[in-house]
Write a new protein. Structure first.
Length: 40
């Protein structure tokens, strides 16, 4: 593997993990709002 393809793979992994983190944060905010709404 040359450096360009490995760099592209690393960038892809970073983009995928950041997307997953963003989705998790949004879901956590939604779940937190739901539990506060239910228990209030």
């Amino acid at each position: 593997m040359d450096t360009k393809s490995s760099l592209r793979a690393a960038v892809g992994c970073v983009a995928i993990s950041s997307n997953i983190l963003r989705l998790l944060r949004r879901n956590l905010q939604f779940l937190l709002a739901m539990t506060i709404f239910i228990f209030s």
